[in-house]
Design a protein around this ligand. Structure first.
Ligand code: KG4
Ligand code: ZN
Length: 372
């Protein structure tokens, strides 16, 4: 192992959705992972309310940073850099993190690194299993995204192989949980119920798996509708809905397609490592089936522990540390939040380095969010 004292000490801030995450890493070693979640405040709405999330980030930011520094046992002045999620995510929520990161970096005289949330979900696995092999195939499955990505360098080269054409995988879990009256977020509770159900009880459709369908794209909206109709029909007939079997059969349909396509992409591209990240990677059946199918195909599977799969600050710090280690330029002070930052931009340098993002863009996005 490299001398830890030489590895960059980086603090990462994540505020793209409802988790205020602050993590501290030294190279690929995790030192602190403090998360304050506003999920309970959104539960009664059945989804994340952007304004509520932004306010909660503002309140949680300074205490969560203090907690992370204490947990890591380091002083802010010792940091080699501050990384922050610059996008994609909720515009107002991202702005809180970006503003905080700028304030701390400026006050401490440290370099600032704007990073991509999706690349961070991949890079976090370095904290668990060491340096990412190059290339790595990544299946990224969260509440907002479902993509297959091929990366040869997580700080500069992330190539999309396929993505969902409608709902994200996590979104499908959340919607089905709502139909079953299981609360929000849906993933963890469906995971629990499914453990006691029969995954073969109901044959739900596998989206985009026909011979003429795109090999690496996903679709979950047909599945969602099929499950909702099945439940409605049961209720209309006055029959009890077998919640555990529905949860297990629905979950199986999702993870079957995800793992099948991910393994196929690895084989087609000759890549022998698959990484799975994002909130849905916390799913126990996805982890088990991926392990089974990867083993059968001679592919090494890397999935971080569940706490590092859902949104957190350590993943941002992990990518920031990789940026520092690889000598990437720090971001400019005019770094802006970009709610629709493309997955192909792992690193956001700021406008004066020719990136083309500007403040007007943030204001436009923020307005869109308010009125949509
Ligand atoms: O990555 P994440 O924390 O936030 C986003 O960037 O979206 O992912 C949140 C999503 C939610 O849709 C949640 O229901 C899902 O991840 N999730 C799960 C599990 N834990 C969280 N889905 C399936 N099984 C789980 N155990
Ligand atoms: Zn995420």
């Amino acid at each position: 192992m490299a001398d830890l004292r030489d590895a960059p000490l980086v603090l990462g801030i994540e505020t793209s959705c409802d988790e205020t995450g602050v993590g501290i890493v030294r190279g690929t070693t995790l030192l602190a992972d403090a998360v304050a979640s506003s999920v309970d405040e959104h539960a009664r709405f059945g989804g994340v309310v952007p304004e509520v999330a932004s306010r909660a980030h503002l309140e949680a930011m300074v205490p969560t940073i203090d907690r992370a520094l204490k947990e890591a046992g380091v002083a802010a002045t010792d940091l080699d850099g501050i990384a922050v999620t610059a996008g994609p995510g909720l515009a107002g929520a991202l702005l809180v993190g970006v503003s905080a990161a700028k304030a701390y970096a400026y006050a401490l005289g440290k370099p600032l690194y704007g990073v991509n949330h999706l690349a961070s979900h991949i890079c976090v696995d370095q904290l668990e299993h060491g340096a990412l092999p190059e290339p790595t195939m990544a299946l990224l499955v969260s509440g907002g995204h479902s993509s297959l990505l091929l990366s040869t360098d997580i700080t500069s080269d992330v190539r999309p192989m396929g993505a969902t054409i409608d709902d994200a995988a996590g979104e499908a879990f959340d919607k089905i949980a709502r139909v079953l009256n299981l609360g929000f977020p849906g993933g963890p509770v469906i995971d629990r119920y499914a453990k006691e159900g029969d995954p073969e009880a109901i044959a739900f459709p596998r989206g985009l798996t026909g011979p003429r369908d795109p090999a690496y794209d996903f679709s979950f909206s047909g599945l969602k509708t099929a499950v909702a109709r099945w439940i409605e029909a049961k209720r209309a007939a006055g029959e009890e809905v077998p919640v555990r079997d529905v949860a297990a059969s629905f979950q199986e349909a999702v993870v079957d397609v995800l793992t099948r396509k991910a393994v196929r992409a690895c084989k087609d591209e000759g890549v022998d490592h698959l990484m799975i990240g994002g909130g849905v990677a916390a799913n126990s059946r996805l982890r088990a089936l991926a392990q089974e199918r990867c083993e059968a195909a001679g592919i090494r599977l890397r999935v971080p522990r569940p706490k590092l799969c859902t949104d957190n600050g350590a993943m941002v710090a992990a990518l920031g540390a990789e940026m520092v280690a690889r000598g990437r330029a720090a971001s400019d002070w005019d770094l802006s939040a970009d709610s629709s930052l493309p997955v192909t931009d792992p690193h956001v340098p700021g406008t004066s380095q020719g990136h083309g993002h500007n403040h007007d863009h943030v204001h436009e996005v923020a307005k869109d969010n308010l009125y949509s």
